[in-house]
Design a protein. Structure first.
Length: 137
């Protein structure tokens, strides 16, 4: 060990120190360049994300506008369909009321006819019985 210590003179240690300091300075410079490149990459990425966010905002705006237009068209068509259905249902109700009145009139006429025929049959039956009974006694 002493032989090694004797071999390391102050001048040699100073040379080693100077070389190590140069190497560390070079390493530091390289790290600074790497840091600068990372900062540039991060800056470009941030700018890219800002552009993407702006495009998404534009798409959102367009989608909102188109959705609003679609909803307005659907509301208008729904109103038109409801109006047409209401009109058709009113026509059907009017026709049903008219037809219902005709059916009631026909049933009334049928009922009157049945009463007349039934009364006639009963009258005929009574006369026939009276005629039969008169011939028997």
């Amino acid at each position: 060990m002493n032989a090694m210590r004797d071999a390391w003179t102050d001048e040699r240690l100073d040379d080693l120190t100077e070389r190590m300091e140069k190497d560390f300075r070079r390493v530091d410079e390289r790290f600074e360049r790497v840091d600068a490149r990372f900062e540039e990459v991060i800056s470009r990425m941030d700018h890219g994300f800002e552009q993407i966010n702006a495009r998404f905002d534009q798409i959102d705006t367009r989608m909102d506008k188109q959705l609003h237009q679609f909803n307005m068209r659907m509301d208008k068509q729904s109103d038109q369909i409801n109006t047409r259905l209401d009109k058709q249902l009113d026509q059907i109700n009017t026709r049903m009321e008219r037809e219902s009145h005709l059916v009631h009139t026909r049933f009334d006429t049928l009922q009157q006819g049945l009463i007349v025929v039934g009364g006639g049959l009963i009258g005929t039956l009574i006369l026939a019985m009276a005629g039969f009974l008169s011939t028997q006694f």
